[in-house]
Design a protein around this ligand. Sequence first.
Ligand code: GLN
Length: 480
Amino acid sequence: MDIWMNSVEDLIELIKTKKIKPNELQRYYLKRLYIIDEKVKAFIHLTTQKEHLRSEGFLTGIPFALKDNIMALGGQTTAASKILWNYRSTYDATVVEHLKNEGALLIGKTNMDEFSMGSTTEHSAFFPTKNPWDLERIPGGSSGGSAVAVATGMVPFALGSDTGGSIRLPASYCGVVGYKPSYSLISRYGLVAFASSMDQIGPITRSVRDAALITNVISRKCRYDVTKRNTQKDYLKNIEEPVNSFRVACIRETIDDDCDPLILKLFEEAVLQLQWMGIQTDYINLKQYRDAYPVYTIISSAEASSNLARYDGILYGLKVKPTVKTNPIQKTREVGFGPEVKRRILLGTFNLSHQRYEDYYRHALLLRGTLTQQFEAIFKSYDAIISPVSKKTPGKIGDKTDIKTMNQYDSNTVLANLAGLPAISVPMGFVGTTPVGLQFMASKFEDDKLLRLARAYEKTAGFHEDGSYPAPHIEGIEDV
Ligand code: GLN
């Protein structure tokens, strides 16, 4: 087996037993990165870590990548926007600090949709990232670069952020594991804000166990994020415990007519698989499902319009010089933001305006509350909910993404963000050339239960004899 196919857990063992030295491992991954990234374009820039690696941590020498909306000293944080193209990180995000304290080595910042707004990684101000399974297709977004970096073995793990599915969707389309923890479990200090009531940082990994292991590190204390829950759990401890007493619900609306029939077929096989594992599965209805995507759109764009007001060409990043005729703030924002970001700022500002506030923004908040209560009721009878991560397979790069397509990409993932639930994407199979994922959701703060179920599924889903996922073959790249 090639080194890069190892999980983080296995790499830790290789280093501990001195089968490989930390600096050899770094050189190995960097070499892969230089060769492969030219084909897939997952990285915006590489980073140089100024401090010495901690040698006593349990992640010593393990390389990782960060979505470029998470701050890390030693380089830029652009959020893939022109408006932050020259912004240098002024501190380490809490998650980065925790990883560095364990000796992990940051090697690069990954591409994304500008300010995390999108599902394809095409809305980056720099370039689109390609799906390694099919270079003509999108890798999913917005954390597309991080998912591609892990799927191609340029790093053994990466972090992304998820406001409406941005970790789970690209993980699903790239054939890796993507986990969005419960809201409040991970510090957001040092994350470029999109919609603060839904943003969460989470890991993208090659196994569910690795997702738990990285969460053990990044969920540690933060002094700066007041929304962070400061209780510590070991997510690996009970991950192998049996799940055969679990009851799982499938929401019918997540597999309705909008869902690709081939995704549906794989989903039905996954349900049989869970039944075979001794799990009880029931189909249920969720009336509020229909409201979820519009509610997500209204709330996320409202919060974005307020969060993005800080980019005025005075404090951060791009500054466009004023002329007699132009206002410098207006000009900077006009030049600095891409069309998708402008669309959301306009929509958000409009829905927060006096005449729309009651009917749209407040109404959306009420519906969000009802949806959250509905989930609480479901979790009184069920341990988890499953669905396809997305109703659609990844489109071609350059395809037009209209509202219907966006709805198909995101409507199954936004549910967890609106209700603050933990959710994870685990590879479920292939449709044509590209993989798709199975989504598990659990009750808020029952992340350990979620990971346990996802792990049990992963073990029996049988992709590879050794439990690992298949690897993409990139044309022109043989042995690296
Ligand atoms: N695709 C969704 C959007 O465009 C979600 C993005 C995200 O999770 N950051 O808003």
